[in-house]
Design a protein around this ligand. Structure first.
Ligand code: SF4
Ligand code: SF4
Length: 152
């Protein structure tokens, strides 16, 4: 059951009186992620969804995300408490439980040296996110994922 987004970091006109993300914005962001998924079907390198990189500490990996993505994640999948073990709080039984709201970085990160196609997609979709934020008058911040989750 999704919880409220509590978008205290999202300084925009895209928040309603109850602190929830604008429905049109959510729809556009959902479409953006769907568009990305379609493009990902055309690339030659793929993630096998083993979940290892979602254990940030053990994998020595940092995920970065925009404030808009975090608010969308909180809106769709609820906020989860961050533990000190360095594992993403949305990871349960080695499975991601945030398939709708997971961030762009979650979608495009690839643990391979030849991940250039994914890197290019990341760049392309970060730019699309920026345009979307501009459209809704959102001040976009880009921060480390776990630290940002703790502040929501
Ligand atoms: S990017 Fe690599 S480590 Fe991360 S889930 Fe995919 S295959 Fe596993
Ligand atoms: S939201 Fe899902 S994909 Fe992203 S880091 Fe957490 S468990 Fe991994």
């Amino acid at each position: 059951m999704p919880q409220q987004s509590q978008s205290k970091n999202l300084k925009s006109v895209a928040i309603d009186a109850h602190g929830r993300l604008d429905e049109c914005l959510k729809k556009e962001l959902r479409q953006l992620y769907e568009e990305l998924a379609t493009e990902q079907n055309t690339v030659t390198v793929h993630c096998h969804q083993c979940g290892a990189c979602c254990n940030f500490k053990a994998f020595d990996h940092q995920l970065w995300a925009t404030s808009l993505e975090l608010d969308y994640l909180a809106d769709t999948d609820g906020l989860k408490p961050v533990s000190i073990n360095g594992v993403c709080p949305y990871m349960e039984n080695n499975q991601c439980t945030a398939r709708i709201g997971r961030t762009l970085g979650c979608r495009v990160f690839l643990c391979r040296q030849d991940a250039l196609e994914m890197e290019l997609l990341h760049e392309k979709y970060i730019n699309k996110l920026r345009l979307l934020a501009e459209k809704y008058d959102i001040e976009l911040e880009y921060n480390e994922f776990l630290a940002s989750l703790q502040e929501l």
